[in-house]
Design a protein around this ligand. Sequence first.
Ligand code: FAD
Length: 569
Amino acid sequence: MNDHAQLEPNHSPNRNPSRRILIVGGVAGGASCAARLRRLDESVEILIFDRGPYVSFANCGLPYYVGDVIADERKLLVASPDMFRERFNIWVHTNTDVIDIDRPARTITVRDLNTGQIRTERYDALVLSPGAAPIRPTLPGVDLPGVFAVRNIPDSRRIRSWIAERHAKTAVVVGGGFIGLEMVENLIHRGLSVTVLEKLPQVMPPLDPEVAAPLMEHLIAKGVKLQLGDGLARIDDGADGRLVVVAESGASFQADLVILAIGVRPENDLAKSTGLEIGSRGGIVVDAQMHTSDPEIWAVGDVVEVPDVLTGQDTVLPLAGPANRQGRVAAESIAGRATNFRGIQATAVVGVLGLTVASTGASEKGLRRAGVTSFEKVYLHPGHHAGYYPDAHPIHLKLLFSVPDGRILGAQAIGLEGVDKRIDVIATAIQFRGTVHDLAEAELCYAPQFGAAKDPVNLAGMLAENVLNGDMPLADWLQLDSTGALLVDVREPDEFAGGHIPNAINLPLSQMRDRYAELPMNREIWTYCRVGQRGYFATRFLAQHGYQSRNLAGGYMTYQTFSTPRAES
Ligand code: FAD
């Protein structure tokens, strides 16, 4: 890789540049800002500084490079410094650490990591896109050889070499978030046996626990050991040259390598030391055009705090999409165009050993944490395409919406196929402040192998409409233990015999018209079927005959799929 250590530091390719724009960090946010700015303005001088040896590399591909799914490291390099210079007249200084910002003088101080030389660079506009650093807890043993975090290409290269040289067989991944789980998948792909140590009682913390439950079952089924509800206490150097990961509970796990994936923190040191305003989540405070508290300094990407489109609260969201879009917005702002960044809604997807898990917007636990109570939820389990076409796989989908206006608040889904598409449609509806009525009405493409005439997105909207207009009062399976209601399983006897919710009685929908008088009038009735449809019909029938009846959200499948997450030690 040809970097630019040999460049004349202050060399300016523009004879009389109108302005000098410096960018700190040349990956997702910084690189997209630089390229967009050049497309808007040929007259400015643009320089990128990155302390690493590469710019514009695919961080999101790093786990797959470790797993050898991406075998050629060069595939991770989206653009090289040469390409930036030749195509865009953008000058890239790699291996160059930006160590200070002098705002009154409008200069930055940089250290050339090859030579140790320190110099200053003048700017008219400065863009900060330094990203977020993996959190390294201050615990004994976290700096031992064999303990890794994954942030850049050299990190991934070191992990690959370690696995190869040590003939590694076992790994502990500390942290069950999306980077941790991507590492799990790739270590398994390399033939390692993997334990996940996670402080929370579930993996994928942004998900509601019941949606994460099938993911945990799946991990266990694939041979992953889950040590949940248990934090890292220390890492010891084992007698046989291996590492011993000791959890807070005292449980210990031998490992040839350890991956620390317990989250990231905004790299705000430069911003802090120069007195830029920092928000309560540790991110740089910016306005909709990505201006910091200094009008000559912009900031983008993992380092900033931006408003959540649903709650309006400022938050940090370390994802590539927002970083790229913010880079573009900053470039437009520097070029004098007033483009606004709308905010974030946490749309994310992760693939885990064949399963896809995706979410957008608020989770139920997030809403409750924020004190929001005026919402409802529906669960459904439609096939990812028409059931009569071969190989339809269920999508387990949860939709949250506000009551009474039906505004979509969030969705989470898990399944083998078609999950990302549904969450993306719902994410787009959220962007347009859509309601469940918009989902019910959405015209989506359909042929049997791609979807259904009533797509899962339409169904989610229709179910939610039924709840909103009172046609389908819902019962929450989380309250099964505390309710005094009579549980009526309206499936056929053979289905009931194959498994049912404890204490339920069986009164099939097909016999309901003849036998409904057997049901007590003085007790609430909770009906359920497999996924909720027959339960809904039964509820409608009973309501019209004077019963107080509710349909158990998502039916037996929700109960079964989302039943209490199981940990395995
Ligand atoms: P970065 O892309 O991290 O770039 C920051 C750069 O700034 C770094 O190269 C750093 O060396 C440099 N830098 C920092 N400080 C200085 C300084 N003082 N001087 C000079 N240079 C400096 N997001 C998704 O949406 N989907 C995914 O699948 C996904 N997978 C990921 C997998 C991994 C392993 C990782 C680490 C991240 C993943 N992300 C994913 C997150 C995504 O990569 C980030 O959100 C995005 O790259 C943030 O862009 P950024 O420009 O803010 O920071």
